[in-house]
Design a protein around this ligand. Structure first.
Ligand code: NAD
Length: 350
């Protein structure tokens, strides 16, 4: 597996996306967003996704240069139609606008619909945290095929419906939660299949609704379980609430649309900390709180406590220094695309 510097990987991703029709701004947003996911250790949302996004552009499912349309707004709210633009670009613009509104109104929220995949969800609330605000984002994939069975059910009816919340602090590593509401990401099942390994009980059920540790059951009509696995009723409830915020409040609806066009509905909200507490004091207390959590002695077999977001930061440091491992299959796809677009020499991808 090649190990590639983050900057180079972002340059490759952006050049290929531009060749596929993305504007400079769109290409930078998507490529940087993907590489940031790699840096944080979420490879399933990293550079591996760029060839898929290019396929979606070719299929007309993603529209480069799509207009960003505000269909309804008030001083605190915005409803945004992304017109099938790149989710990374549309959602970042939506968050920037919501932060601007919260600077005046202290609290602001938006919904976004008809945009492509938004990738690693933390990217958007982290923008708010950098502006001294608390940011929240939830996402679903509209009426794309579902992967997660609601608690007690046998068939997939929910997406992996992630939630991300970021808060400003004095810590070096940002304090944020960024998680799918499924027991595990679908990518981890595929990895277990590729490695011929069994998976823990509580990740999936098979087509008959039985708990199974055989990862190959997933592709044979099985489903992921909600967060909490065999006791996943709370994860199921969280996923359902995400779907209400991102599917129903956006007007995207629920269920599966046969066309399968990926459509990330998002609900995002921003809270200006200074409207509640002095910002500096709050940032200091969040840092104190993180240190308080970390100061407990480790439980048996544990490496100790990591506050939310810390693991990603440690990976960012390591991968920023040592580079990102790109699986051979992804590297081959990037090389093939570079050849198709006549960029192989420029990108040194021969
Ligand atoms: N756009 C989409 O449609 C979509 C859908 C699902 C997931 N995602 C993204 O996929 C990525 C992965 O999600 P996931 O749920 O599989 O991630 P995960 O299971 O790694 O959980 C991540 C969260 O748990 C925390 N964490 C991880 N290990 C920890 C430890 N040992 N101690 C304390 N905290 C720890 C992390 O800081 C982070 O907040 C996220 O970036 C998410 O936004 C996106």
């Amino acid at each position: 597996m090649p190990i590639v510097e983050a900057d180079r990987l972002a340059r490759i991703g952006a050049a290929l996306l531009k060749a596929a029709g993305a504007s400079e701004e769109e290409a930078q947003a998507v490529a940087t967003g993907c590489v940031n996911a790699n840096l944080a250790g979420h490879d399933s949302h990293g550079i591996i996704a760029v060839p898929t996004y290019i396929d979606r552009v070719k299929a007309g499912h993603i529209v480069p240069g799509a207009p960003f349309t505000i269909v309804q707004e008030s001083p605190t709210t915005t409803v945004i139609d992304g017109n099938w633009g790149f989710g990374f670009h549309v959602n970042a613009k939506a968050m920037a606008l919501t932060i601007e509104k919260a600077k005046t109104a202290n609290v602001a929220a938006c919904t976004v619909f008809r945009q492509s995949h938004v990738g690693r969800l933390a990217a958007y609330p982290l923008m708010a945290a950098r502006a001294g605000m608390i940011g929240l984002a939830t996402a679903d994939s509209g009426r794309s095929p579902k992967h997660v069975a609601p608690f007690g059910g046998r068939e997939a009816r929910l997406g992996t419906n992630p939630i991300a919340i970021a808060v400003p602090s004095e810590l070096e590593a940002p304090f944020y939660l960024d998680m799918a509401t499924s027991a595990v990401a679908a990518g981890k099942i595929a990895l277990a299949v590729a490695r011929g390994e069994q998976i823990p009980q509580g990740w999936i059920i098979d087509a008959e609704g039985r708990h199974t540790t055989d990862p190959t059951d997933y592709r044979k009509g099985g489903a992921l379980l909600p967060l909490g696995g065999t006791e996943g009723y709370k994860g199921s409830g969280l996923a359902a609430m995400v779907e209400v915020l991102c599917g129903l409040l956006t007007g995207l609806g629920f269920g599966v649309e046969p066309i399968g066009r990926h459509n990330d509905g998002c609900f995002m909200a921003v809270f200006n900390v200074a409207a509640f507490r002095p910002l500096d004091k709050f940032k200091q207390e969040v840092a104190d709180f993180a240190r308080y959590l970390k100061s407990t002695p480790p439980s048996e077999g544990s490496r100790g406590v990591f506050y939310p977001g810390e693991i990603e930061y440690l990976r960012e440091q390591e991968r920023g220094k040592n580079g990102i491992e790109v699986e051979d299959a992804t590297w081959d796809k990037l090389r093939a695309l570079a050849r198709d677009y006549g960029l192989a020499a420029d990108l040194e991808l021969t």
